[in-house]
Design a protein around this ligand. Structure first.
Ligand code: HEM
Ligand SMILES: *[C@@H]1O[C@H](CO)[C@@H](O)[C@H](O)[C@H]1NC(C)=O
Ligand SMILES: CC(=O)N[C@H]1CO[C@H](CO)[C@@H](O)[C@@H]1O
Length: 475
């Protein structure tokens, strides 16, 4: 239904917009004769290739164009803007080493609307500004480094996991993994970032997460509309929490969740503005909740259908349990010893990437591979462009954690967390949480995937179509 309505609307828009087609083509002439755009197509008038980008699997969108243009750089028009897409190891190196010199982080116009507060009185939306979309001031997020995580998270993850397993796993013969790990990662995020007992705002965070890769048509019922509404509701709640933390801190109370940390942090001698805090916290909750749930879900599925992998993980964890005792959260030191389990997680992230790419903007005219990316154009840096390329990953469709044992993949061919100055600041958190969860799971249960051939739905982001039902056996 959703899809149908969006299709209808887009078709109408396309008709109306046909008259503008020449206007857009004119842009090409601006470039002059000595500079050449990368190959590509602007697609349909107005909507460009947004459709193809959002409704095919992104990897197919990339493959198709890379093959057609014989180039790992091509131009397109998506989400209302002229965009150059970059994929491949060379481009990965180029973008990550030229960050802040030639490119800067930038959201699409349609995405910036998630980060501003719409006026309550139905006034027109304020123009999304670049500043409003500025990403988290990562330097105040030292709390996400291993020392911070161990210090602030140890107790929280232990109590959250115990509660979670007692409520949802113990005594069960069959469970659906995906909804459970979603509840877990959200509960943990609520505890750690917001300092509240969750899971709260489950549907809002899910809508927000999928909204960033949705057709940006804003009418009731559309995915984009739901995501904007979710962002507003989440930010409102976070504003209330910020006020509570300010009150608590000013009374001298000790508060150790991340909001309080950011509220109390100074940046260039000033406190971080409240709007920015709510964007940072919303961003952290968004980045941590669904990607961890999706990674855990597919990881558990593959472990459950491969006894060899199961046994290897189990023996790695048994070694740790002997020295630590069971049922307690692992510290960073133990986490680092779980090399094979992490290889399984890495292989999961290769096959089921939760961040297909990131947006940048050309700060100046950029020359790459003899092509020009005009100043001001958007760049979609597709991290996943290499994940399933047989040139870099032999039999790319098979699940084989040994790829990450011993020899690392060819540099710049596997970037689940990005690369360069903007590398995901949450990657240690991911490792800590994912491995701790698997630790408890594997020391308590044995399991089999009930549907080994379960379909993967979702275009931009992989989703298990049936929620990954498994059969559970207790030790
Ligand atoms: C499987 C889990 C995750 C994956 C695959 C992932 C991947 C990524 C990627 C690819 C980026 C974009 C980097 C860029 O723009 O170049 C990113 C950014 C970011 N991630 Fe993650 N992430 C994950 C989990 C997390 C978690 C758990 C947190 C927080 C605890 C987090 C916080 C962030 C933040 C704040 C940014 C923006 C950083 C910036 O723009 O400077 N992520 N992540
Ligand atoms: C939510 O996280 C995903 C990546 O995990 C990212 O692509 C998206 O931009 C984020 N959305 C918001 C509104 O922060
Ligand atoms: C201006 C600049 O720093 N350019 C660099 C972009 O990245 C390539 C590949 O890493 C370098 O060779 C350039 O010097």
């Amino acid at each position: 239904m959703d899809f149908f309505m969006q299709s209808l609307l887009l078709t109408l828009l396309t008709l109306v917009a046909s008259i503008f087609v020449l206007q857009k083509r004119r842009k090409l002439l601006v470039l002059g004769s000595t500079k050449s755009l990368p190959p590509g197509s602007f697609g349909w008038p107005l909507v460009g290739e947004t459709y193809q980008f959002l409704f095919n699997k992104i990897e197919h969108f990339l493959q198709e164009r890379v093959q057609k243009h014989s180039s790992e750089i091509f131009h397109t028009h998506i989400l209302g803007e002229s965009t150059v897409v970059l994929c491949g190891p060379g481009a990965n190196k180029f973008v990550s080493t030229n960050e802040t010199k030639l490119v800067k982080v930038s959201y699409m116009k349609t995405q910036r609307r998630f980060f501003i507060i719409p006026d309550q009185r139905h006034a027109p939306m304020p123009k999304p500004t670049q500043e409003a979309a500025s990403a988290a001031p990562v330097k105040i997020l030292g709390i996400l480094k291993p020392e911070g995580i161990s210090r602030y998270m140890g107790n929280k993850i232990e109590s959250t996991m115990n509660q979670h397993f007692i409520t949802h796993w113990e005594g069960k013969k069959e469970v659906k993994v995906y909804p459970l790990v979603k509840a877990f990662s959200l509960t943990l995020g609520c505890q750690f970032f917001l300092g509240i007992d969750g899971p709260k705002f489950a549907s809002e965070f899910e809508n927000l997460y999928f909204g960033i890769y949705s057709v940006p048509v804003n009418f009731p019922g559309s995915t984009y509309h739901r995501a904007l509404k979710a962002a507003a509701a989440i930010r409102k709640e976070i504003q209330i929490l910020i006020k509570e933390k300010i009150d608590a801190l000013s009374k001298g109370q000790v508060v150790d969740d991340l909001i309080a940390h950011v509220v109390g942090a100074e940046q260039d001698g000033k406190y971080v503005p409240r709007l920015e805090i709510s964007n940072i916290i919303m961003g952290l909750m968004n980045s941590s909740h669904m990607p961890i749930a999706i990674t855990l879900a597919f990881m558990i599925k593959h472990i459950g259908q491969r006894p060899d992998i199961y046994q290897k993980i189990l023996s790695e964890h048994a070694d740790i349990t002997i020295s630590k005792g069971s049922g307690t959260a692992l510290d960073w030191n133990s986490i680092q010893k779980l090399k094979y389990t992490w290889a399984v997680a890495q292989e999961t992230m290769r096959l089921y990437p939760t961040a297909p790419g990131a947006f940048r903007e050309a700060i100046t005219d950029i020359t790459y591979e003899g092509f020009t990316i005009p100043k001001g154009w958007k760049i979609f840096w597709a991290f996943i462009g290499t994940n399933k390329n047989p040139k870099y990953f032999h039999e790319p469709e098979s699940f084989d954690p040994s790829r990450f044992e011993g020899n690392a993949p060819v540099p710049y061919t596997w970037l689940p967390f990005g690369a360069g100055p903007r590398t995901c600041p949450g990657k240690d958190y991911v490792r800590f949480v994912v491995l701790n969860f698997i630790h408890i799971l594997i020391t308590k249960f044995k399991w089999e995937a009930i549907l080994p051939d379960e379909k993967v739905s979702g275009s931009s982001i992989p989703i298990p179509a049936e929620g990954i039902p498994i059969r559970l056996h207790h030790y």
